[in-house]
Design a protein around this ligand. Sequence first.
Ligand code: NIG
Ligand code: FE
Length: 417
Amino acid sequence: MKTVFINIKELVQVENSPKKFVSGKEMNILPTLKNAFLIIENDVISDFGIMEKLPNNIHFNSIIDLTDKLIVPTWCDSHTHIVYAGTRVQEFTDRIHGLTYEEIAKNGGGILNSAKLLQKTSEDDLYQQSALRLEEIIQLGTGAVEIKSGYGLTKDAELKMLRVIKKLKDNYPIAIKATFLGAHALPSAFKNRKNEYLTDVIENILPIVAKEKLAEFIDIFCETGYFSVEDTEQLLKAGKMYGLQPKIHVNQFNAIGGVQAGLKYNALSVDHLEEMRPEDIESLKNTNTMPVALPSCSYFLSIPYTPARQMIDAGLPLALATDYNPGSTPSGNMNFVVSTACIKMKMTPEEAINAATINGAYAMGLEKTHGSICKGKKASFFITKKIPGYSFIPYSFGNNHIETIYINGLKTTQSSF
Ligand code: NIG
Ligand code: FE
């Protein structure tokens, strides 16, 4: 099955040979082709170029004219918690009335609130609730996503979450990577016994996660009042023995050395980074660890934005993700993330689109198959409505500029599911 898209106004994020990620000044370069064609064969991209070079000796099953429309590779959302039960709307209104996110957590709300609800929810119900969110983000242009556990906080509930993620992987065409986040918060049953909980996670849950191949990555919330740098090192060390690479929550409210702990254990990414000390930026230079910013979380909680300008100007790479979760970011809209990165973090549209595609793909180990328009990569991209250029996507914030989505070469609409 061969399809050709012709007269594409602009084919965005093209590359001839796949790169790992882009950093520093290179992030401001977004390679595109104007008046282009794209050929897909079954589920992969087989060729692309400018219209003058369109081969005339090929039989196509379908020819699609995209005059005035752009093609952009699907967004790569490398940090989400979309498997959860219910909502935390009450906490949202509590914050409007003056409570902080940290105060709510101290009063037994927050992550523990979600855990209580999830523990009571059946696996089937949890799957149905989560599948709806997955379908929602696909319609918003996301073609690869990482999903974390961490709202279970007991062996049974953590495994339930990870099995739901596995079922989503089996039933949906988009690329999904799973992360074990057993150390997300201290469950009330272990109050004042943090070390015992960590031991439980390491000795009783982690071996099953690894044996049943339920996760590729391991995560921990390294933060004052949650888990310390020592806890983080202990967990990452254990994760490494089971072949799970770290992708960790660090520097959200306090910079306590989480970045360095991640680097020590070769983290694929360090995420949040709202609070960055000069030494945190310095230590990330020339490493293979991707810093990940989550601007929708900053927006929703009214906390500082990750200092993207400082980081990119220092030569670092940066990826953007949603953090979609019930407490700090009840939104999985990567288009909004890209806009907010430009508007609030002063990233250029080129930097933001690189951060949300190729760098996001790298941050979940998918850079060989996703994140760009490249021969041999998955035919996962979206076609825009008639818009003047790619900068219009972040500029015209809050609007939907996507007309059609292709995942693995197939046109995907709400009725596909
Ligand atoms: O990434 N910071 C830790 N975890 C989530 C939020 C958890 C919650 O409030 O439910 C985050 O923001
Ligand atoms: Fe998160």
